[in-house]
Design a protein around this ligand. Structure first.
Ligand code: SAH
Length: 244
């Protein structure tokens, strides 16, 4: 077996995607990174390398895969969408990951952002409120050989208290206000990136210092709202009328 084939045989996501000759989407992915990501000022070399490797098209419904590397958000089913590549990159860069960190993601969606984080941090905890999306993202990550992500189907407003504190928290659905449980689960020295607002939203970066929290707005954005579990509860069966 040639060394290249042997390397490909490892078959983990990143090794698989590194088999450049074997991935027909590699050129589209490189172009996406050059034009949309590096071209707009993202500098983190590890992040750029991860975005060249992670096969974004495999995180989309087959009908959308051909458009995976376009400069836009794409529907992933259930009324939800995967962020535009640049927004995912910009948000991830704000976390300033250097490797080994423990990161919390709220809004697993397709699992694409979780796969990027998995390549940049030590361990990723990702919470998704829609059980079908959580299940398919988990299966997808497993199939691609990503082993350092845990997915939980739950309300991300509450964070993941048992695994806290987190060095980084990234929220990919917008609450009206920053959820207090997420603030308290951020480690001192850690950073959270979160869209906040209703129709008009601001992407905020929050740093926890020994004395408190430093907050700044970095970009106007448009994300799906952070859902409240009561909005997603299946409609109750009509109560049986009482006959007197
Ligand atoms: N990061 C995702 C895209 C996220 S889209 C990706 O890379 O594909 C936003 C996701 O947040 C949706 O999947 C939506 O179901 C989820 N979401 C919305 N409200 C939530 C909540 N309260 N807790 C956890 N996830 C939530």
């Amino acid at each position: 077996m040639s060394p290249r084939r042997a390397a490909c045989g490892v078959a983990a996501l990143l090794a698989l995607a590194a088999c450049r000759g074997g991935d027909p989407m590699q050129r589209a992915r490189d172009e996406m990174v050059d034009k949309q990501i590096a071209g707009r000022g993202v500098r983190d070399a590890r992040l750029l390398a991860a975005m060249r490797r992670v096969p974004r098209h495999l995180f989309l419904p087959p009908s959308e895969a051909a458009r995976a590397y376009e400069d836009r958000t794409i529907p992933i089913g259930d009324g939800q969408s995967i962020s535009q590549p640049y927004v995912a990159a910009f948000m991830t860069e704000q976390l300033r990951l250097t490797g080994g960190e423990k990161v919390l993601e709220i809004g697993t969606g397709s699992g694409y952002e979780a796969a990027l984080l998995a390549a940049l941090a030590g361990k990723v905890y990702s919470v998704e409120i829609r059980p079908e999306l959580a299940k398919s993202a988990e299966e997808r990550l497993r199939t691609l050989g990503v082993s350092n992500v845990e997915v939980r189907a739950a309300d991300g407003y509450q964070g993941w208290p048992e695994a806290a504190p987190f060095d980084g928290i990234i929220v990919t659905a917008a609450p009206e206000r920053i959820p207090p449980p997420l603030l308290s689960q951020l480690a001192v020295g850690g950073r959270m990136v979160i869209p906040v607002g209703g129709f008009y939203q601001e992407l905020k970066v929050i740093e926890r210092t020994p004395d408190g929290y430093l907050e700044r707005s970095v970009l106007p954005v448009r994300f799906v709202p952070l859902a409240n579990p009561s909005e997603l509860a299946p409609p109750r069966a009509p109560a049986t009328p009482t006959v007197r």
